[in-house]
Design a protein around this ligand. Structure first.
Ligand code: IVH
Length: 684
């Protein structure tokens, strides 16, 4: 490819990638599979490597991180990053409103009300539409330069869009006015689900755990090695601007609207309210739903919408007079640790669990809380008999926050990890550099139970009715020794078990039968390969398409998959070289387990369709057509072959049309092509 073609293709790929980023991160409605996304990404990285002069700092390839820094440099914010005054009661919010109306000499104030996100504030400076610097808040005047890390966050725009030209193939429908210089402010957060997954993985690897999503977000953003940040699931919500040069806004809601149009993630729960009573209602409403939100919030923020009013009110010390935060009551309670027991997971890791005097926390009864590992217990100095603060936020499993040491009376006892496995009596070891203690016996019944439960879980083979208790019985009675044995169970074998009558065993056998055609990714996940979670399993299924091909994959090919690092690759490679694992897989297949290929079509409406374009097109260039087809999963070809499904004809067509006609291939005009695309999309 020559320089000019490479430049064109690079620009096209960047448009395609940013289009799909927006669908994925902003609209939560991806149109292509991760594997297809990776393909575009890889093509772009390859081209940029081949033509280094065409690489730019705002290319999506810059998101993978860069070699570590020695330290962060200081950045002076062009406009200070303020903090917010707090209202601790309804009354204080009413006083805030009264103060504002008095100072502005008006009865009518429009407020914007927003969830107060519990992450960390950052400022993104864009110059001529390009992201120049990303910095933390620091003391509000000077923060740290975390540009390389910020760039790895997918929902951060690397450049502001010049044109409203999404999707990449469609014709531009107007242009944006991009300010010469703008600081965009918002919160970097980690969603609860991502946080839990990260901690689960860290616990499996014996790494220290993050206390909450906010700490995890802060810890991830303040990495000197941005390649580590790139692997952390961070997300950015925009909620304000700092300096703005070359654009004028009248209201805060206009700013939010613009940020959202540019493609930033703006919180969908933000509203306008015209009385302070309505703001209070909003506060109570959000307090009621906070547990259901995918991210953590610790209150709401009430802001005066009119920027001229904001200006007139100004600031007191480091907080604006025109905004206030109303915090929620923390979801914490006190209770007593009655005992500490250990649980053995499917990888043999021992997890100490606190048995608590039952207490209601944020609407749920809590009687147990994981203490993660020995080091956590030592760090928090938790003893049996201690009174502790426990918290539960949303789906986050209950946790012991701290010990109320003043309430100790000397009868508390220190917990020690057992030296032998309480389940099978085997040795417990703690490898150097790891925080996890493990049972060394691979056939420890507790591990087997964990393994079977994982295999049958909702995210894996989803075998209904196969819960912990039943698995325990199946293992202890020797009916199953590995997951494949499930498929060889019969009514006769089951009927002897406790609480297993005719009907319940028939139900279980039916559920097991029904699980025989999982998607390939579920089956891969179900195998319980270390470090292979649901998303890695999906990547592997997309990449290899069959268990057989995955089993044969060598290290080189595994390492080519995005998000698969050396540790994960080697774990997969070793798993499939272990005779015991292979025999379980073979036994599964012999029992009739037959994975179905993941339906890529769901996300790619034109998958498997081959298109040829001919003649001059009106609504798009040939290259746009190519990227549109490819971005929807289709194949773009330059000449008509047996494989061609459609020929799209513009004006002044030539021999391709003739060939298509002879071969009986459907010929579409441009309009018909767009309708086809719409039709295929709506069929998904
Ligand atoms: S506006 C001058 N909006 O709260 C106003 N802040 O205590 C500056 N925060 O440092 C911030 N959600 O980290 C604003 N919707 C929101 C927010 C928000 C969370 C945080 C932010 C800031 C702190 C102020």
């Amino acid at each position: 490819m020559n320089h000019d073609d490479a430049e064109k293709r690079i620009n096209q790929l960047r448009r395609i990638i940013s289009y799909h980023n927006a669908l994925y991160y902003q609209q939560d409605a991806p149109e292509i599979t991760d594997a297809q996304y990776d393909q575009f990404f890889r093509e772009l990285s390859d081209l940029e490597a081949q033509f280094p002069e065409l690489a730019t700092p705002d290319s999506p390839t810059q998101r993978v991180g860069a070699p570590p820094l020695e330290k962060f440099s200081p950045v002076t914010h062009l406009i200070p990053m303020l903090s917010l005054a707090n209202a601790f009661s309804d009354d204080e919010l009413l006083q805030f409103d009264a103060r504002c109306r008095r100072a502005l000499e008006t009865e009518k104030i429009i407020y914007t009300v927003e969830p107060k996100l519990d992450g960390l504030a950052v400022s993104l400076l864009y110059e001529n539409g390009r992201l120049r610097t990303g910095s933390t808040r620091g003391d509000g005047l000077v923060g740290e330069d975390v540009t390389l890390n910020i760039k790895t966050i997918p929902s951060v725009l690397l450049s502001l869009p010049q044109r409203k030209n999404f999707p990449p193939g469609a014709i531009a429908s107007g242009s944006f006015h991009i300010p010469d210089r703008i600081e965009i402010r918002g919160e970097v957060c980690m969603e609860r689900a991502a946080f839990e997954k990260l901690n689960r993985r860290r616990s499996e690897r014996g790494e220290a755990l993050f206390a909450n999503p906010r700490n995890a977000a802060a810890g991830s953003l303040r990495q000197l090695d941005s390649r580590i940040t790139a692997k952390r699931p961070l997300t950015f919500f925009a909620y304000a601007v700092g300096v703005v040069e070359g654009a004028v806004f009248q209201t805060h809601s206009e700013i939010l609207q613009t940020l959202s149009e540019w493609g930033f993630q703006v919180n969908p729960l933000i509203r306008q309210r015209v009385t302070i009573a309505e703001c209070l209602d909003y506060y109570h409403h959000i307090n009621g739903i906070r547990e259901d939100l995918p991210y953590e919030i610790d209150g709401i923020v009430v802001k005066i919408d009119d920027l001229a009013y904001q200006q007139r009110l100004g600031n007191v010390s480091r907080s604006p007079r025109w905004a206030i935060a109303c915090k929620f009551a923390p979801i914490q309670e006190q209770t007593v640790i009655e005992d500490i027991v250990v649980q053995i997971g499917r990888t043999g890791v021992l997890t100490p669990v606190a048995v608590l005097r039952p207490v209601h926390v944020a609407g749920a009864r809590v009687s147990r809380a994981t203490l993660h590992n020995e080091d956590e217990i030592i760090r928090k100095d938790i003893r049996i008999g201690d009174t502790v603060v426990v918290q539960r936020a949303g789906d986050v499993i209950p946790e012991v926050v701290s010990v109320v040491k003043e309430l100790r009376n000397g009868t508390e006892t220190v917990f020690r990890m057992p030296e032998t496995c309480p389940e099978c009596g085997a040795r417990i070891v703690r490898l150097e550099g790891e925080v996890a203690s493990r049972c060394v016996n691979l056939s420890c019944p507790a591990q087997l139970r964990g393994h079977i439960c994982h295999f049958a879980s909702r995210e894996a083979l989803d075998i209904e009715g196969l819960g912990d208790k039943l698995v325990s019985q199946l293992v202890s009675t020797g009916l199953i020794h590995d997951p494949a044995d499930l498929f060889y169970l019969t009514k006769d074998k089951l009927i002897g078990l406790e609480r297993m009558a005719e009907k319940s065993s028939a139900n279980l056998l039916e559920a097991i039968q029904k699980s025989k055609t999982p998607s390939l990714s579920r089956l891969i996940f179900a195998l319980g390969i270390r470090h292979v979670g649901e998303s890695t399993a999906r990547l592997l299924a997309d990449e290899y398409g069959s268990m057989d091909r995955l089993m044969k994959a060598d290290m080189t090919s595994l390492l080519e998959i995005r998000d698969v690092g050396p540790e994960v690759a080697s774990s997969i490679y070793k798993f499939f070289r272990e005779p015991a694992n292979i025999s379980v897989i073979e036994k599964l297949f012999r029992a009739g387990v037959s994975p179905v290929q993941n339906t890529k079509e769901r996300a790619a409406p034109l998958l498997g369709k081959h298109f040829v374009f001919t003649g001059t097109l009106n609504r798009m260039t040939r290259n746009d057509a190519k990227s549109l087809v490819e971005s929807l999963g289709g194949t773009f070809e330059s000449s008509v072959t047996k494989q061609t499904d459609y020929v799209v004809a513009g004006q002044a067509t030539g021999s391709k049309m003739e060939k298509a006609r002879q071969a009986g291939i459907p010929i579409l005009d441009e309009e018909a092509f767009f309708s086809l695309v719409e039709k295929m999309k709506s069929k998904l």
